[in-house]
Design a protein around this ligand. Structure first.
Ligand SMILES: NC(=O)c1ccc[n+]([C@@H]2O[C@H](COP(=O)([O-])OP(=O)(O)OC[C@H]3O[C@@H](n4cnc5c(N)ncnc54)[C@H](OP(=O)(O)O)[C@@H]3O)[C@@H](O)[C@H]2O)c1
Length: 331
């Protein structure tokens, strides 16, 4: 292959996973402030599948008012915002990175029309979106971290101000965001109640959850009381039921779209807070430190070759994800 081209996954139409096409395309060139990364692994996140569908026919987005729908991406495009790889070229004005550095990052998020383009052999990234990949973690695991890890980090420590000794309930605890939230809350010294289907019980206890609630056989409201913070990664029309587990003065962080009965929450003295994850190399560097010394681990649900991105999307949409789905790029 000429040095000016590469293999990448692209969409020319929205739809089912088989619209993901593996093609030879032009290799990107880093602009000022950017680096060119030879991608070794790319993370798969729910927004990749929503974008593939053009934000239509996504059950989780049903009922979302049109003004809250993300803009549909211009076709054709390469999906993916999470990568781990090696810097092979640095643009003008880049001082923090050099050729050969191993980096990972959530690239240009949220920026729907100039996104990460991570499902590719090469991608460019603003230098500030990256952190050094921990030497103790391989590229496959590192690529699972950026979006989900930053979402958990920013929700627990910025949208909320989680304190040692607090009790946190994480709903959707075994998924990408949830499994990082469980571990980060433990690192902060909180008590963690993890809500997930029963198949994840051992996984969540191994990550440090103090209590695991199988939502298929038990109601979290019968188990959890006087909780300080709920991190809800599931949302949906029943999201408001989690108000019942919170103490007066507590907070519910909605990571996804849900119905939370805001008036009722206010009457009970409960704050409802939301927040969109954003690229942040400094926040990611904090996660890298925790990964480096083993206090944060990455659960890998499944790994696929880049050319099999459609299978990765089928897995993501089948549900019950435990940890992260990752694409292997290159050897
Ligand atoms: N606000 C933001 O910036 C932001 C950032 C990232 C992601 N998100 C959104 O957050 C959501 C989660 O993302 P993710 O990457 O963690 O997804 P994911 O990896 O697919 O995990 C979702 C998890 O939810 C669990 N789940 C499904 N129904 C449940 C229920 N009724 N009760 C409890 N758990 C349930 C699933 O497994 P089990 O059913 O087997 O337990 C799965 O482990 C997505 O909708 C995503 O779009 C938002």
């Amino acid at each position: 292959m000429p040095e000016t081209t590469m293999w990448a996954v692209r969409l020319h139409a929205h739809g089912e996973p088989d619209v993901l096409s593996y093609e030879e395309v032009a290799r990107p060139v880093p602009g000022p402030g950017d680096v060119l990364i030879e991608v070794r692994a790319a993370g798969v996140n729910p927004p990749d599948t929503y974008a593939r569908r053009g934000f239509e026919n996504v059950p989780a987005l049903a009922g979302l008012p049109p003004e809250l729908r993300p803009p549909t991406l211009r076709l054709p495009f390469t999906p993916g915002s999470d990568v781990s790889g090696v810097v092979v070229e640095v643009g003008a004005d880049v001082v923090d990175w050099a050729i050969g550095d191993e980096v990972f990052g959530l690239i240009r998020f949220p920026n729907p029309h100039n996104g990460g383009k991570g499902y590719a052999q090469y991608t460019t990234s603003p230098a500030t979106d990256l952190a050094r990949k921990p030497a103790t973690v391989d590229h496959l695991h590192a690529a699972g971290v950026p979006m989900a890890g930053l979402t958990a980090h920013q929700h627990l420590f910025h949208v909320a101000d989680l304190q040692p000794g607090a009790t946190v309930l994480v709903n959707g605890a075994a998924g990408g965001v949830g499994h990082f939230a469980v571990q980060l809350a433990k690192v902060r010294g909180a008590r963690v109640i993890a809500v997930a289907s029963g198949r994840h019980d051992a996984f969540l206890r191994d990550l440090g959850a103090d209590v695991v609630v199988d939502y298929e056989t038990a109601d979290p409201r019968d188990v959890a009381h006087d909780v300080d913070l709920v991190l809800d990664t599931v949302g949906g029309p029943d999201g408001h039921r989690l108000l019942d587990v919170l103490r007066r003065g507590g907070q519910l962080n909605q990571v996804f779209v849900g119905e939370y009965h805001r008036g009722e929450a206010a009457a009970r003295g409960i704050a409802i807070a939301g927040g969109q994850v954003h690229s942040d190399g400094a926040h990611l560097a904090h996660l890298a430190d925790l990964l480096e010394d083993g206090r944060l681990r990455v659960g890998l649900d499944a790994v696929y070759d880049l050319a099999d991105a459609a299978d990765a999307h089928r897995r993501a949409e089948a549900g019950h994800v435990q940890g992260k789905i990752v694409l292997r790029v290159g050897g």
